[in-house]
Design a protein around this ligand. Structure first.
Ligand SMILES: *Cc1c(COP(=O)(O)O)cnc(C)c1O
Length: 352
């Protein structure tokens, strides 16, 4: 028997959102925070065109996409680092700063990938319980010590949907030593409407230890292609670029992301529709008697405690897949109006 790393026995596997089908055939996948819309024709066309050349390796430096991102966000080219989805960029960050004995601080519950990536990198997770549904920034600052290499802030937080506001974030950043990297994971940035929630790009420029993680998977609807990016001070982006697996960002993902930036107005119009549905869903849930934290993302959070799995099962009988985190709560993505109605009906039935 070959010998494996011990961590593989204890590490929690990543559980992806599943689809479910009701007895009558209806199926609504509200378990992975994906865009509910089909890809834009212009994006599909760009992919089809690029498919003619898939006998060739992709551009390993993703130069055109890096240029497009730099131009779109008004940042220097060398502040951008790409990866095969922002989860992989996060893994590259661990590769860049992590080593045995190092610690990473993040809130819990937060994005499921953080503990997994820390374990894989041999980095020790220091988790700081949420205060209610929010990051407890004072406790997080207090958790930083000489072993801390990195802090993840998930803003807005997956799965609790709340966001850290500017004042809190700025005073937190002022308390973090400069040799500790702060990663602001903004996977849901495009859905933020609270004006007091800062755009991480306004915070990273004059702070050498702050960076921003973004993705094409959610608002831009490219979850299936795997492409995400980091915007960071040049030394951070350079370190992260060094840790990429050669050719990780495939050729179709590169062209699709460029085409998506070109079609951004159309995509952001879809985001706006999701934001409107989010308001409708949250208000309907509150009218049903649920407690629903404010949401700045494309999902809502119900803290159901021990009833979490029962609720998920009740939704499944209506063909609605949600994401249970037993015994804490359920995360439900905002989908099309029809899918949202099916979810609201299941939630209403559960209360009776
Ligand atoms: C969905 C998500 C990501 C993005 O994952 P990709 O690898 O880019 O698909 C990153 N961070 C958080 C918090 C997420 O919820």
């Amino acid at each position: 028997m070959p010998r494996f790393r011990q961590i593989l026995d204890t590490m929690a596997a990543y559980k992806a959102g599943k689809a479910v089908v009701a007895p009558d055939g209806r199926s609504y996948k509200l378990s992975s925070n994906e865009s509910p819309y089909d890809p834009l024709p212009s994006v599909v066309e760009a992919i089809a065109e690029a498919a003619r050349e898939i006998n060739r390796y992709p551009d390993p430096g993703s130069v055109k996409l890096t240029e497009a991102i730099a131009e779109r966000f008004g940042v220097p080219f060398d502040h951008v680092a790409l990866g095969a989805g922002s989860v992989t960029v996060a893994q590259q960050l661990f590769e860049a700063v992590g080593e045995p004995g190092a610690e990473v601080v993040y809130a819990w519950r937060s994005f499921e990938a953080y503990p997994l990536l820390a374990d894989l990198a041999g980095v020790t997770s220091v988790t700081v319980p949420l205060a209610g549904e929010d990051h407890d920034l004072d406790a997080m600052a207090a958790a930083i010590n000489e072993r801390t290499r990195m802090v993840f802030l998930c803003n807005p937080n997956n799965p609790t949907s709340t966001a850290i506001r500017r004042d809190g974030l700025e005073s937190f950043l002022a308390r973090v030593p400069e040799d500790v990297l702060v990663v602001i994971d903004e996977a849901y940035h495009e859905y933020v409407r609270d004006e007091d929630v800062p755009d991480g790009l306004t915070l990273y420029r004059d702070r050498p230890n702050v960076c921003v993680l973004r993705t094409f998977s959610k608002a831009y609807g490219l979850a299936g292609l795997r492409v995400g990016y980091l915007i960071a001070p040049e030394p951070v982006a350079t370190a992260v670029r060094k840790t990429i697996i050669p050719f990780a960002v495939n050729a179709l993902a590169q062209v699709a992301a460029i085409a998506s930036l070109k079609a951004e107005d159309e995509l952001l119009e879809r985001v706006e529709r999701v934001v409107k549905e989010r308001t409708r869903v949250r208000e309907a849930l509150i009218a049903q008697g649920w407690t629903v934290p404010p949401t700045e993302a494309n999902f809502v959070w119900l803290r159901l405690g021990e009833r979490t799995l029962d609720f998920a099962a009740a939704c499944a009988t209506e063909g609605v897949a949600v994401r249970p985190f037993q015994p804490e709560g359920v995360r439900v993505s905002i989908g099309t109006p029809e899918a949202n109605d099916a979810f609201l009906a299941a939630a209403q039935a559960f209360r009776r």
